[in-house]
Design a protein around this ligand. Structure first.
Ligand code: NAI
Length: 719
C-alpha cells in the first residue's frame, strides 16, 4: 500500500507501507499508481516526494510473488508514469533502496539519501537481472563501467559511494524525508528534461567492444557457469548500444530466459533455505522459537593455531572480550602477531579503531575462570581434547558453555568428561574462521536447547550461515565430503587422472576440484585422521587386501602419496607439482601419472576411459546418497540444512542450489537409477547403495524438495 498526504502546502508525500521492507507487492504497486495520479492531478501540488515507512525506502520486488501469476500493475509502466510526470518527483532514500526499490528511485527525477542508507541491484544473486528498466537507466546515469560493476556483482553501495558515483544527488545526516521535502520545494517548477534518465544518451567509453569483452571474460571466470551475470553484461551492452525502447525489449527477453531457468529457482531456493535454517528444531522438539539464548559478553578460545586465531578474530569483531589461550610460547607470540594483524586490517576496511585491547593472551587455562563461553580449538586428538574439557570444567564458573571446534570427533564423548553435558555443543568453524560464512552447530543427545540457541545466535552475530545438526562422525559437511573424495580416489584407480576429475568438477561450478583443493588444504590432514581411525594399516607388498578395509573397498592411493612426503602445496608436490614449497600454480605431474600406472599394474587394474559425466555422477551422487542417509538418521532436519552447509562451506556452486536441491532438479528417479547402476558395478562400495529414503521418495512420486520433510517424518514415525 501507499499513503498520500500533502506537506508544506505544495508537496505531495507518498509513503510506501509494506513491512518489513516495503517490498513492491501488487498492493504497493497499485498504491503507487493511485497516489502518483492523485498528486499529479492535484493543482495545489507542485512537486512529489516518495519515501518508505519505518526508515526503509524499499527492499525491491516481493520475492514471495516470484513464480506466481503476475497480477496488479506492472513495474515498468508505473516507473514511466513517474518519469514522465511534469512535476518533479524526489525519492527520499532511508535504510535501503535495493533491486526494484532502486529502480523505482531511478524512475524519479531526483534522489536524496540518508548517510546510513545502502543501495544496490542484487537481482543477479537471485539468478535474475534488474528488469524494471534498471539495467537501462543505471548505465545512462553513472556510465557503463560502474553500472557493469554494480549490476553483475549485485554489491550494495553506501550513500557516500552512491553520491560519488552519481546515483544520488544529495546525502543527509538528518531526517531524509524533511530534506527531500525541502529539496522538492526548491526544484518545483523547474524543467525536468535533463532529469529523465531514460531519455539521456548512454555515455560512450572509448573502446566499447574491448570493455564488454573484458567484462564478459571476468564474469565467465568468476561465475563458473552461472548465466545471470552473463545476461547482466548483455543487458548493459544493450543500454550502451541501443535506443532506450529497444534496450528495454532486450532487457525483457533476457529476463524471460533467466526467469524460467533452473538457476534462478536454485538461487531463490538457497535464499529461502538460508532463512529456513535459522528456524532450527532438535529431535526433542526444542526449537528456535522456544529456546532463549543466554547473553555472552566474554569468551575464551583454547589453542591458537590456524582455527583458534580466526575464531578469536571473529569473536572480537562482534564486540566480545576474548581470552586467548595457547600453551606453546612460540606459537603464542606468532598467534598474537597474526591476530593483531587481522584485527588491524579488518578495522581499516571498516574505518574503525582496531579492537586490540579486547583480546588478552595467556598460557594458563586458569585465565578463563570468568568467561561465559569457551571454544576449544586444540589439535584433533580425542585424548588431548578430553583433558582440556576436564580442565575447563574445573576452572570455569558454573554455567559456562563449553564448545568444541572438532571437525569430526564425537562431541558427546567430550560432553561426558564434564559434570554438565547439557552445556556442551560443537561450534564447527571453517578455515579461515573469520572469513568463511558457515558454522555447523552440533548438538548431542544431552545438549540443552539454550546452549544450541546461544551458539546459533553467536554464529548469526558473526554473520555466518549457522546450521544446527546432530552429532555423528564428520557431522553433515565432512561426512558427505568423505564419500565424494573416496569416489575420486576410486576413479584414479580405474583410469582417471587428477586433472580429469578436477576439470569435471570445476566445469560443474566448484571453485576447485577435489585434488587441487586437497593440495591446498594439505594431504597430511586426512592422512592423520585415517591413521587415527585405523584405516591406514601397513601396506602389504601386493594382493587385494590393501584395497579392502573393514570388508569394503578402500583406496590407499592418498596414503601412498603421503608416504612420499607429498603433502600438497606446502611441500611443493601432491596430486600436482608446484614450482617450490608454498607454490600456488598447479602443474600436471609426470611422476604422479607414472605412479598411477605402476599402482594399477601392481593391483591388476586395467585403466578404462572415464568421462566427465561419470566423474560427476560417481562423486556427486555418492555424496547425495549420504545426504539422504543423514536426513534418514535425523542428523539434519531437512534438505535446506544440507544445502546451506554445502553452498556456504564447501564451494558448492550457488546457482545449483546445493546437493539435495540439485538431486531434485536432476530427478530423484534418475539419481536412484544411476546409483543402482554404479552399485551393481561396484558391489564392494556400500556408499553407492541407494538408501531407503531416496527409494521411498521415488516411490512416492519424487515430491519437490520442500515436501521431503513430510516423507522423512513418516519414515521416522514408522521406525
Ligand atoms: P593447529 O595445529 O593449527 O592448532 C592447534 C593449536 O592448539 C596449536 O597451536 C597447539 O599448540 C595448541 N594446543 C595444543 N594443546 C593445547 C592446550 N592444551 N591448550 C592450549 N593450546 C593447545 O590446528 P587447527 O588446524 O587450528 O585445528 C584445531 C581444531 O580445529 C582441530 O580440532 C581441527 O580438527 C579443527 N578444525 C580445523 C579446520 C582446519 O581447516 N584446519 C577446520 C575446522 C575445524
Amino acid at each position: 500500500m501507499a499513503q498520500y498526504t500533502r506537506v508544506s502546502g505544495i508537496v505531495g508525500l507518498i509513503t510506501l507501507q509494506n513491512p518489513p521492507v516495503n517490498a513492491l507487492s501488487a498492493a504497493v504497486r497499485q498504491g503507487i499508481v493511485d497516489t502518483v495520479k492523485t498528486a499529479l492531478s492535484d493543482p495545489q501540488v507542485k512537486s512529489v516526494v516518495i519515501c518508505g515507512q519505518n526508515g526503509i525506502f524499499c527492499g525491491g520486488a516481493d520475492i514471495k510473488e516470484f513464480g506466481e501469476k503476475m497480477f496488479g500493475p506492472p513495474l515498468i509502466p508505473m516507473m514511466h508514469a513517474i518519469e514522465a510526470a511534469d512535476k518533479p518527483v524526489v525519492a527520499a532514500i532511508e535504510g535501503s533502496a535495493l533491486g526494484g526499490g532502486l529502480e523505482l528511485a531511478l524512475g524519479c527525477h531526483y534522489r536524496i539519501a540518508h548517510s546510513k542508507a545502502r543501495l544496490g541491484l542484487p537481482e543477479v544473486t537471485l539468478g535474475l537481472l534488474p528488469a524494471a528498466g534498471g539495467s537501462q537507466r543505471l548505465p545512462r546515469l553513472i556510465g557503463v563501467p560502474a553500472a557493469l560493476d554494480l549490476i553483475t556483482t549485485g554489491r550494495h553501495v553506501t550513500a557516500a559511494e552512491a553520491l560519488q558515483l552519481g546515483i544520488v544527488d544529495q546525502v543527509t545526516d538528518h531526517n531524509t524525508v524533511d530534506a527531500a521535502v525541502k529539496f522538492a520545494l526548491t526544484v518545483a517548477g523547474q524543467s525536468l528534461d535533463a532529469r529523465r534518465i531514460s531519455t539521456r544518451p548512454c555515455p560512450q567509453p572509448s573502446d566499447l567492444d574491448a570493455l564488454f569483452e573484458e567484462a564478459m571474460q571476468k564474469v565467465r571466470r568468476s561465475a563458473r557457469g552461472a548465466i545471470a551475470p552473463v545476461a547482466c553484461v548483455q543487458a548493459v551492452r544493450a543500454a550502451a548500444t541501443l535506443p532506450y525502447a529497444l534496450g528495454l525489449e532486450r532487457e525483457k527477453e533476457l529476463m524471460a530466459t533467466l526467469f524460467t531457468s533452473g538457476q534462478a529457482r536454485a538461487l531463490q531456493y538457497i535464499f529461502f533455505a538460508q532463512r529456513a535454517v535459522g528456524r532450527w528444531r532438535m529431535p526433542s522438539g526444542a526449537s528456535w522459537d522456544t529456546s532463549k539464548p543466554r547473553p555472552i559478553n566474554k569468551a575464551a578460545v583454547i589453542g591458537l593455531g590456524t582455527m583458534g586465531q580466526g575464531i578469536t578474530v571473529a569473536l572480537t569483531q562482534i564486540g566480545l572480550s576474548v581470552v586467548a589461550i595457547e600453551t606453546q610460547e612460540k606459537q603464542l607470540m606468532k598467534a598474537k602477531q597474526a591476530i593483531s594483524g587481522m584485527l588491524e586490517r579488518g578495522a581499516k576496511r571498516r574505518g574503525v579503531a582496531p579492537p586490540l585491547d579486547r583480546v588478552s593472551y595467556s598460557q594458563n587455562i586458569q585465565a578463563v575462570a570468568d568467561v561465559d563461553l569457551v571454544i576449544e580449538a586444540v589439535f584433533e586428538d580425542m585424548g588431548l581434547k578430553m583433558e582440556v574439557f576436564q580442565q575447563l570444567s574445573a576452572v570455569c564458573k558454573p554455567g559456562t558453555l563449553l564448545c568444541t571446534n572438532t571437525s569430526a570427533l564425537d562431541m558427546d564423548q567430550l560432553a561426558s568428561e564434564t559434570p554438565n553435558p547439557e552445556l556442551v555443543v560443537g561450534m564447527h568453524f571453517f578455515s579461515p574462521a573469520h572469513v568463511m560464512k558457515l558454522l555447523e552447530v552440533v548438538y548431542g543427545p544431552r545438549s540443552s536447547p539454550q546452549a544450541v540457541a546461544t551458539a546459533m545466535q553467536l554464529g548469526k552475530k558473526m554473520g555466518k550461515a549457522s546450521v544446527a545438526v546432530g552429532n555423528c562422525t564428520g557431522f553433515v559437511g565432512n561426512r558427505m565430503l568423505k564419500l565424494y573424495t573416496e569416489q575420486a580416489f576410486f576413479l584414479l584407480e580405474e583410469g582417471a587422472t587428477p586433472e580429469l576429475v578436477d576439470e569435471a568438477l570445476e566445469e560443474f561450478g566448484f571453485p576447485m576440484g577435489v585434488f587441487r583443493m586437497s593440495d591446498l588444504a594439505g594431504l597430511d590432514v586426512g592422512w592423520r585422521i585415517r591413521k587415527s581411525a585405523g584405516l591406514e594399516e601397513p601396506i602389504e607388498a601386493s594382493g587385494q587386501s590393501v584395497r579392502i578395509r573393514n570388508g569394503c573397498r578402500y583406496s590407499p592411493i592418498a596414503d601412498l602419496i603421503c608416504e612420499q612426503g607429498r603433502f600438497g602445496q606446502k611441500t611443493g608436490s601432491g596430486w600436482y607439482q608446484y614450482d617450490a614449497p608454498g607454490g600456488r600454480v598447479a602443474r600436471s605431474d609426470p611422476w604422479l601419472h607414472s605412479f598411477l600406472a605402476k599402482y594399477r599394474a601392481r593391483h591388476g587394474l586395467v585403466a578404462r576411459g572415464i568421462d566427465h559425466q561419470e566423474v560427476l555422477e560417481r562423486c556427486l551422487y555418492a555424496m547425495i546418497n549420504e545426504g539422504f542417509r543423514i536426513l534418514e538418521d535425523g542428523i539434519a532436519a531437512g534438505p535446506e540444512d544440507i544445502d546451506v552447509i554445502y553452498v556456504f562451506g564447501y564451494g558448492w556452486p550457488r546457482h545449483r542450489g546445493g546437493p539435495m536441491f540439485y538431486a531434485s532438479m536432476v530427478g530423484l528417479a534418475k539419481v536412484l537409477e544411476r546409483l543402482e547402476h554404479y552399485h551393481h558395478a561396484h558391489p564392494d562400495v556400500p556408499s553407492l547403495q541407494p538408501c531407503s529414503l531416496l527409494k521411498r521418495l521415488v516411490a512416492s512420486g519424487s515430491p519437490p524438495v520442500h515436501r521431503w520433510r513430510e516423507v522423512i517424518k513418516k519414515l521416522h514415525s514408522q521406525l
